[in-house]
Write a protein that binds this ligand. Structure first.
Ligand code: ADE
Length: 243
């Protein structure tokens, strides 16, 4: 069970996106909880502003410390003070997000995501509340919401109970550091293309061996970087020489 708390200026975007499909059902069952906290609700500015000019000049506005801090504090006030918690600022300046990051975070109980907008957030509040800065990748989005939603999705599906078929989180791409093998469903022939014969054989050992071969070949071709890593961790078994 993880409680996700997302500090954002666009709560509807986050709630709509994350309460759909598998995560929506998981939240309804109580396997996870997801709340969006509207940072704007916490501003003390009488016009409802949450941003201002940047000291030192430069284009664009910056999110101010006060509303961000008070929104954070409103969450903290509701969390058991003895429970560990992580506060994740999603930013292109953070550490890259990987499957291993998702796995590590899926073992937490309270995760607070902070989504920035405009040119970013006043550094002083980041220093006080943030435990992790994480980036979705080397590109810039208009705000942190989509990045946070991607991370929440990747983390939540690893929480026990969220995916009913416990196996699927383990056997798919990246579970073991390889891309997934190709898969086929009915009919046996579509647009003149046949399902590989071996998959119809009913021989599970052969099917497993074929899938492994395909996963290795695909990873080697499409992601040589991942293949290299996999090979370092799993050196190929040397075949016995025939006498
Ligand atoms: N906000 C804007 N761009 C981002 C990125 N690449 N990762 C995380 N948060 C972001």
């Amino acid at each position: 069970m993880i409680n996700f708390h997302i500090l954002t200026l666009f709560p509807e975007m986050v709630m709509q996106g994350l309460h759909t499909s598998i995560l929506g059902r998981a939240a309804a069952r109580g396997d996870i909880s997801i709340e969006a906290v509207n940072i704007r609700d916490f501003t003390t500015d009488k016009h409802g502003r949450v941003d201002d000019y940047t000291y030192g000049g430069g284009a664009g506005m910056l999110m101010q410390a006060q509303p961000v801090y008070d929104a954070y504090q409103s969450v903290i006030d509701r969390i058991d003070p003895n429970k560990p918690r992580r506060v994740i600022y999603v930013t292109p300046q953070g550490q890259p997000f990987h499957q291993a990051t998702a796995k590590a975070l899926s073992e937490e109980e309270e995760l607070i995501f902070l989504c920035g907008h405009y040119e970013g957030i006043d550094e002083r509040v980041l220093e006080e509340i943030v435990t992790d800065e994480i980036s979705l990748g080397d590109y810039v989005l208009t705000g942190g919401e989509l990045a946070a939603m991607v991370m929440v999705d990747a983390i939540a599906r690893l929480v026990p109970g969220v995916l009913h078929n416990g196996e699927s989180a383990e056997t798919e791409s990246f579970g073991d550091g390889l891309l997934e093998y190709p898969q086929y469903s009915r009919p046996e022939i579509w647009h003149g293309k046949r399902v590989p014969e071996i998959l119809l054989s009913g021989d599970h050992a052969k099917v497993d061996a074929w899938r492994m071969e395909q996963a290795l070949a695909r990873t080697k071709e499409r992601r040589p970087d991942l293949y290299e890593k996999y090979r370092e961790a799993h050196p190929p078994v040397e075949k016995k020489r025939r006498k």
